[in-house]
Design a protein around this ligand. Structure first.
Ligand code: S3P
Length: 173
C-alpha cells in the first residue's frame, strides 16, 4: 500500500529548478517509478539541441505533446517534465488529470548558477545564445503567469532532499 493517494506526481518549473534531481528522490522515497519526459524524447528522437537545430522547436513541442499524453496514462510515476511542457494547455489538461502537479521555483540567480554548474547536463537550446542570463530573465518573465497556475514549491532555501521531503509531506497531508 502506498502512503500517497495520488495516481502520479508531476513536476514542472523552469530549466534548472531541480525537477529531475528532486523527482528521483521522491520516486525513491515512495517506491514509485521516475520518468523524465526529455529523456523519453531523446531516446526516440536524439539530443534536444539536434532536434531544435535540424527539425525546429515546433517539432520538439509536437514530440512533447505525444509524450505528455503517454506519460499521463502512468500510475505511481514521478514525472519530471521539460520546462515548457505544462505551459501548453493541452499538456496541462492531460497531466493535471493524471496526478498532483507541483511547480518548482527558484530565483534567476540560483537558476543561472545551477545551469552553469550542470556541465554534464543536456544542452538547452533556448539558453545557448550569447547571453544566457538575459535569456533566463526574459523566459522567466514570459512564463511567470503560466508557472503561477500550479502549486508552488520553493527550491532555493534548501537541499534537493529538503524539497523532496516538503513535497512528500504535502502529498501525505
Ligand atoms: C525547455 C526545457 C528543457 C527542454 C528543452 C526546452 C524549455 O527541459 O525540454 O530544452 O523550453 O523550458 P528542462 O527543464 O528539463 O531543462
Amino acid at each position: 500500500m502506498t502512503r500517497v493517494a495520488e495516481r502520479n506526481v508531476v513536476l514542472t518549473g523552469f530549466m534548472g529548478s531541480g525537477k529531475t534531481t528532486v523527482g528521483r528522490l521522491i520516486a525513491r522515497e515512495l517506491g514509485w517509478t521516475f520518468v523524465d519526459t526529455d529523456d523519453v524524447i531523446v531516446a526516440r528522437h536524439g539530443p534536444i539541441d539536434a532536434i531544435f537545430a535540424e527539425q525546429g522547436e515546433d517539432a520538439f513541442r509536437a514530440f512533447e505533446r505525444e509524450v505528455a499524453a503517454e506519460v499521463a496514462r502512468s500510475q505511481h510515476h514521478v514525472i519530471a517534465t521539460g520546462g515548457r511542457m505544462l505551459l501548453d494547455p493541452a499538456n496541462a489538461a492531460v497531466l493535471t488529470a493524471a496526478g498532483r502537479v507541483f511547480c518548482l521555483i527558484a530565483n534567476a540567480e540560483e537558476i543561472i548558477g545551477r545551469l552553469q554548474a550542470d556541465v554534464d547536463g543536456p544542452v538547452r537550446p533556448l539558453l545557448s545564445g550569447d547571453d544566457p542570463a538575459a535569456a533566463v530573465a526574459r523566459l522567466l518573465d514570459e512564463r511567470a503567469a503560466g508557472y503561477g497556475q500550479f502549486e508552488q514549491v520553493r527550491t532555493d532555501g534548501g537541499t534537493p532532499h529538503d524539497v523532496a521531503t516538503d513535497i512528500i509531506k504535502r502529498l501525505e497531508a
